[in-house]
Design a protein around this ligand. Structure first.
Ligand code: ATP
Ligand code: MG
Length: 331
């Protein structure tokens, strides 16, 4: 479905000179600095896969997505979506019908139009037959829960409503591939959950291929069997998510705040010294490998030994996983 072959993207920026005269000089300057945002990467994605494309800030994720949907042209290499190049003016129109895109950071809805009008326009642009459009529209109205604000202009929507509307807009023409660049950024837990469930359902119902970037490990765990990790434009890992989890342990962190002191030495001994402790302003953070220590036993121990006033469990975030893989590769 998607073939990415030896793609490189180099950005050229004129070197800025300070001050107003400098600004004018910059306009005529021939000196450039270059950034290699994506460095000779290759991968294939099969129909119906959901792939997490992850990495730290500035790793090259959005640049790759933009090339895959034809917004940017690669400096070298080739991308084929269903056999066609997305950035080639001859094939672009065909490719656009096969893809849907959501950029979490930027809406693609017509700002002043009631949502329903945006959807109708998209129907015309993509030439979706009535019957097909109606079926999909009713379905998205339900799974994305957008019925209540269909008559509101996009600019009046909350972030969570806007994101669900953007997702519907990107899918109404039944694209084979859906690109999601940080679709859950800034959303509360409930809306995130709604979006993740919808993506899962849509993938199942229409066999839509999904490529997703995110900084939220939970998105990846809920959606992706396969992940591709990119760092400074290079692919660090491409394979099953479970191998990464096995390789680096399934690390959890329990954050507690308590009015009483807890004897950490004794606590650690009870769990064969498999715990590490860290303190911040309000919380004691207990970290452990869920493969070695039962979460249930730890939670029981905590509640039996102190009066907890606040409590939460978190998993390793993407940045720490990427860091560990990077460190493992560089030794
Ligand atoms: N239009 C551009 N002109 C010049 N440099 C750019 C441009 N777009 C991106 N870059 C640079 O390319 C690199 C990769 O950027 P990219 O936006 O792909 O990162 P990202 O992985 O999406 O990061 P984030 O997680 O912060 O969204 C960065 O160093 C960025 O500054
Ligand atoms: Mg990005």
């Amino acid at each position: 479905m998607i073939e990415v072959k030896n793609i490189t993207k180099v950005f050229k920026k004129p070197i800025r000179k300070p001050g107003i005269i400098g600004m004018i000089k910059t306009l005529f300057s021939t000196k450039y600095e270059t950034t290699t945002a994506v460095n000779n990467i290759s991968f294939n994605i099969n129909p119906g896969e959901i792939v997490g494309y992850i990495g730290s800030n500035g790793a090259g994720k959005s640049t790759t997505i933009k090339m895959m949907c034809g917004i940017l042209t690669p400096s070298s290499g080739e991308i084929l979506i269903d056999g066609l190049e997305p950035y080639n003016s001859k094939t672009r129109n065909k490719v656009v019908k096969n893809i849907g895109v959501v950029f979490g950071q930027r809406s693609q809805l017509w700002w002043d139009l009631p949502l329903i009008e945006t959807f109708r326009l998209l129907k015309l642009i993509y030439e979706v037959p009535d019957e097909e459009w109606n079926e999909r529209f009713e379905y998205f109205k339900e799974v994305l829960d957008i019925g209540k604000f269909l008559n509101s202009p996009a600019r009046t929507l909350s972030l969570g409503q806007r994101m669900r509307a953007d997702l519907a807009a990107s899918l109404l023409h039944n694209p084979k591939v859906l690109f999601l660049d940080e679709p859950t950024i800034g959303l509360d837990v409930l809306v995130k959950e709604k979006i993740l469930t919808a993506i899962k359902e849509i993938n199942k119902k229409y066999n839509t291929t999904v490529i997703l970037t995110t900084h939220d490990m939970n998105d990846i765990i809920e959606l992706c069997k396969r992940i591709i990790i990119i760092d400074e434009g290079n692919i660090l890992y491409d394979g099953p998510l479970k191998n990464i989890k096995n390789r680096f342990g399934d690390i959890r962190h329990i954050h507690i705040s308590s009015k009483e002191r807890i004897n950490l030495e004794e606590f650690n001994k009870t769990f064969n010294n498999n715990l590490t402790f860290e303190k911040d302003e309000n919380f004691l953070i207990i970290s452990f490998d869920a493969g070695l220590v039962s979460i249930n036993d730890i939670v029981n121990y905590i509640f039996q030994n102190c009066r907890v006033t606040d409590f939460k469990i978190t998993e390793n975030n993407i940045e720490s996983v990427v860091k560990k893989i990077y460190e493992a590769k560089s030794v």
